[in-house]
Design a protein around this ligand. Structure first.
Ligand code: SAM
Length: 217
């Protein structure tokens, strides 16, 4: 039987306006990442992923979208620094029939030891807005967008762990903004043994967004 090749936007109608005072509302960047995963679906399926980790799940729409198309062949783990985001991610998963294990942690600190070398799909839509460093991590909503210098202060703390996380066939999907200096990110990852492909780019209002896919050379 043919497998579906379109990813359905998850139902997130359970998220209240009060929740949105604390967590990231599914936005253009979230949907661009979902669109990039849809575009890359055949490539993803070829690799037969069995473990997926999203860092910074927010509402959980991205990992839920992926889970609803790949199904239970894959185990889904989501982390977020914000406990409310973890709980809403679980709700979003449940509302769409996707079982997601959530872990409240800074990036991957609480999971890395048990998932070392076994993540087939790693996803991150980081807080990418260029801000003064002091704004990074100042509160639930600042966590969602404030990226500090070059909008890279949170992302740059994850990059050194990618090699330890990914399985030999692992893929890392990363959403970035032009101001984040994607060329420099590609060069950092190149020096760590990863090649990069730009899967999608989109201009939304003032933002120039790109989705990069890294894999081992
Ligand atoms: C731009 S939002 C993306 C949310 C969701 N993935 C999406 O695409 O809609 C960034 C997310 O990263 C989380 N975050 C920020 N800093 C983090 C950290 N140090 N560790 C874990 N999660 C973090 C935020 O709480 C927020 O949910």
């Amino acid at each position: 039987m043919d497998q579906p090749d379109k990813i359905k936007t998850p139902d997130f109608s359970h998220i209240t306006s009060e929740d949105l005072n604390h967590i990231y509302e599914p936005s253009e960047d979230s949907f661009l990442l979902i669109d990039a995963l849809e575009k890359d679906l055949a490539f993803i399926r070829e690799r037969g992923p069995s473990l997926c980790l999203e860092v910074g799940t927010g509402s959980g729409v991205v990992i839920t979208a992926l889970g609803s198309i790949l199904g239970s062949q894959c185990h889904y783990i989501g982390t977020d620094i914000n406990p409310r985001a973890c709980s809403i991610t679980q709700q979003t998963g449940r509302a769409n029939g996707v079982d997601i294990e959530t872990v409240r942690t800074d990036l991957v600190a609480e999971v890395i030891d048990r998932v070392r070398g076994s993540i087939d799909l790693l996803l991150f839509n980081p807080p990418y807005v260029v801000t003064p460093s002091e704004e990074v991590g100042q509160g639930d909503l600042e966590y969602t967008w404030a990226g500090g210098v070059k909008g890279r202060e949170v992302l740059d703390r994850l990059l050194p762990s990618v090699d330890a996380l990914l399985s030999p066939k692992g893929l890392f999907y990363l959403l970035v903004l032009k101001e984040n200096d994607p060329e420099e990110i590609v060069s950092i990852m190149d020096s760590r043994g990863f090649s990069c492909e730009c899967i999608m780019r989109r201009r939304t209002g003032p933002e120039n967004l790109l989705v990069l896919r890294f894999s081992r050379k």
